[in-house]
Write a protein that binds this ligand. Structure first.
Ligand code: GLN
Length: 485
């Protein structure tokens, strides 16, 4: 077995037993990147020298006795997490040369535990997209099937983990961007409750929806990562003072007495048959494990896409106003006046999808339209949250598909943004409601493309999701699978 094939928990044991050093593990991942990244295109930058230094430091800590659980483990980071001294592009030309002077809190937490960062991975520009095709630098490819999308916006996170270029990754999820690429690439992706993980140092897309979370090869690793990144941070005013459990403890609990809700609205028209079959068999596995299956209703589901694209775009138009060529990154050099400089910088620096969102958002916030669009969307958002509150009176978690279909061919939705937006229909409600959501591999399509299962729970109940996901992983035996590349 090659060291890069280990999960975090397996690598932990090997490192602690001195069967393997972090330098060997890290070198093995770097070698893997050299051999497969020309095919999967996960990385925007590989920080080889720094990674090896971090690995040597981790080996010293391990030699001294009590390393932290993530010490010596190689990770990739979505390229919107600020890394001190390392370019953070956000997948955008406008930030092509942006080198942050500080680390995001989650990066600080990983480094504080002696983790190794092998590089920064591809994403849709400013996390806007569902395929990572909106990345200005490299477009990740589905490792299970060439020519198919990896999903997005954390596509590089998903491919780097699925292709075993690193043991795990951190991504971000504003409307499904961790869960959807995890589902399409056959790995585990967890979007924590809003406020569970600090967003300090995450380049903002839509601040009331964004959340950072792990993409891993199995459920145990997801729990280990949650232990490592959760917690209140005074630098993020929306982070919440909430006890942090040991998330790995929940895994060994069975499903007896756990009520699993099935929302009829998530199984309607447009759901691909193969996806439906995989979800049905997951429901059966949970039933076999002792869970009680109940029907629930989320009646406002049909409004989610409209509400999300108004709120997310409105927040984006405000957050992205700061990229004007003055303080950050790219500046047009030919303009003759200040106004021209703003216009040219933004016209040339942003890609089409980002411009589209800024236009939609600016329109929705403008006087005369604010009440009809932004305010109305915010009101419906509360109804969506109430749907979940009501549903959780009769169940402990909700099971559903992650996406209506498996991965599609690259370019299939090019030129049809609405079709792309509609593919997010099953993931965006968790962000609107602020609840946690997880994607765990459930099976494969006849074409060999992975299909994930989505589990959503009440606020701060990540443990129940991890427990159910772990039971599914035991049933499907799909943890830590690697495609032939
Ligand atoms: N696909 C959605 C969008 O384009 C979600 C993106 C995300 O979660 N960052 O906005």
């Amino acid at each position: 077995m090659n060291p890069y094939e280990l999960t975090i928990s397996q690598a932990r044991t090997a490192l602690d037993n001195k069967e393997l050093s972090s330098r060997e593990l890290t070198s093995s991942c770097l070698e893997r990147i050299r051999s497969v990244d020309d095919t999967v295109h996960s990385f925007i930058s590989v920080t080889e020298k720094k990674a090896l230094q971090q690995a040597d430091a981790a080996d010293k800590e391990i030699a001294q006795g009590t390393p932290a659980p993530l010490c010596g483990i190689p990770f990739s980071l979505k390229d919107l997490l600020c890394t001190r001294g390392v370019t953070t592009t956000c997948g955008s030309k406008i930030l092509e040369n942006f080198v942050p002077p500080y680390d995001a809190t989650v990066v600080e937490k990983l480094k504080g535990q002696g983790a190794v960062i092998v590089g920064k991975v591809a994403m849709d520009e400013f996390a806007m997209g569902s395929t990572s095709e909106n990345c200005a630098f490299t477009i990740p490819e589905n490792p299970w099937k060439p020519g198919f999308v990896a999903g997005g916006s954390s596509g590089g996170s998903a491919t780097s983990v699925a292709a075993m270029e690193c043991l795990a990754s951190l991504g971000s999820d504003t409307g499904g961007s961790i869960r959807q690429p995890a589902s399409l690439c056959g790995v585990v992706g967890l979007k924590p409750t809003y406020g569970r993980v600090s967003r300090y140092g995450l380049v903002a897309f839509a601040s009331s929806l964004d959340q950072i979370g792990p993409l891993t090869r199995d459920v145990t690793d997801s729990a280990m990562m949650m232990n490592g990144i959760s917690g209140y941070d005074k630098r993020d005013s929306t982070s919440v003072k909430q006890d942090i459990p040991d998330f790995t403890k929940a895994l060994s609990e069975g499903m007896k007495g756990v009520r699993v809700g099935i929302p009829s609205e998530y199984f309607g028209e447009g759901l691909n048959n193969e996806v439906a079959t995989v979800v049905e068999s997951a429901i059966q596995s949970l039933r076999d494990a002792g869970a009680e299956i109940v029907e629930v209703s989320l009646p406002h589901t049909e409004y989610c896409v409209a509400v999300y694209y108004l709120i997310a775009s409105a927040e984006a138009s405000s957050n992205l106003a700061r990229y004007d060529g003055v303080v950050y990154g790219y500046r047009d050099q030919n303009a003759e006046s200040l106004i021209d400089m703003y216009r040219e910088t933004r016209s040339n620096g942003f890609g089409d999808e980002v411009k589209r969102r800024i236009l939609i958002g600016t329109y929705a916030l403008s006087s005369g339209y604010y009440d009809a669009y932004y305010k109305k969307a915010s009101q419906v958002r509360t109804l969506i949250l109430n749907d979940f509150r009501n549903a959780y009176e009769s169940c402990d978690l909700i099971i559903s598909p992650v996406t209506p279909t498996p991965a599609w061919k690259r370019g299939a939705h090019a030129g049809d943004p609405l079709a792309m937006y509609l593919s997010d229909v099953l993931t965006i409600s968790a962000n609107l409601a602020g609840i946690p959501g997880l994607s765990v591999p459930g099976g494969f399509s006849n074409d060999g493309l992975p299909i994930g299962i989505q589990l959503q729970g009440p606020h701060f109940q990540e443990e129940v999701l991890l427990k159910a996901a772990y039971n599914l992983e035991l049933a499907t035996e799909l943890g830590n699978r690697c495609p032939d590349i």
